[in-house]
Design a protein around this ligand. Structure first.
Ligand SMILES: [Cu+2]
Length: 263
């Protein structure tokens, strides 16, 4: 499956005691935040608290063989061995986050999310059906450490864990199993099932009306889950630019390079 569409919104509340110092990078400018899908992009000053709500919609559709787009019939009998192939998978994600800085150097981050997904299928006989799963996902707790902030540049590291609170036992009825439920495939499971390590390194730079950021991030999965598999490790490299249009408005965009290991 490929082709995905992101829709992202944020409602964030800041309780800040902003100190505008001309020589420092600052998150209190509207362009002091990365595009919303980048996590751990900023730190807070001592005593600051931030709550966030993020919503993401992602739809995946079409079928690829290698990197080539192929019709669904290519995967189905008599062309191939499969009885069923997925055709699209829309997903909704609600993310609640909290940040708190016990000191100027350290910011603590906690995140929980609620996921609901559907997967549409077509069968070799031409029938269609849809499966559904939803629930609270894995819980992420991490700490951001600020190495330095000078000359309008900041460097920070993030280290954390993902606690496997999300289900890996989601089931639904498919035509071949009715009236019984069967276990749903990997992408329809809510959690990873493993304790995962999250590590990131972020560099930030600000000019008068422009901010730049770069972040390398990895998710390393530990061991196997209760269903005897492990999702692939994830690696990503993000680059973003934000332009300050007014004291309350900025525009930003990012380019991400990513890789995921095999399950
Ligand atoms: Cu924050």
């Amino acid at each position: 499956m490929k082709k995905y569409i992101y829709a992202l919104f944020i409602v964030a509340t800041h309780f800040f005691y902003a100190q505008e110092e001309n020589t420092k990078w600052t998150g209190s400018r509207p362009d002091g935040h990365a595009p919303i899908s980048v996590m751990g992009d900023h730190t807070h000053g001592k005593g600051e608290v931030m709550f966030s709500y993020r919503y993401m919609y992602m739809n995946m559709e079409d079928l690829n063989r290698g990197s080539e787009n192929v019709p669904f019939s290519n995967a189905l009998r008599p062309n191939d061995v499969y009885m069923v192939t997925p055709t699209s998978m829309p997903m909704n994600m609600h993310m609640l986050g909290m940040m708190y800085a016990p000191s100027d150097k350290i910011t603590l981050v906690a995140m929980v999310n609620y996921l609901s997904s559907e997967m549409d299928h077509i069968t070799a006989m031409g029938g269609t059906f849809t499966t559904e799963s939803s629930g609270f996902g894995d819980t992420k707790i991490s700490a951001l450490y600020k190495f330095f902030n000078k000359n309008k540049q900041q460097l920070q590291a993030q280290a954390g864990i993902s606690i496997p609170t999300g289900s890996i036992d989601k089931m639904d009825i498919i035509p071949a199993s009715a009236p019984n439920q069967v276990i749903l495939p990997y992408p329809m499971q809510i959690g990873s099932g493993t304790w995962d390590t999250e590590l990131a390194l972020t560099y930030l730079k600000q000019w008068n009306i422009i901010s730049y950021g770069a972040q390398a991030r990895t998710t390393l999965r530990i061991g196997e889950n209760d269903n005897e598999y492990r999702l692939g490790n994830k690696y990503s490299f993000n680059n973003w630019l934000a332009v300050k249009a007014a004291d309350w408005l900025s525009f930003s965009g990012r380019v991400e390079l990513g890789a995921i290991d095999k399950i």
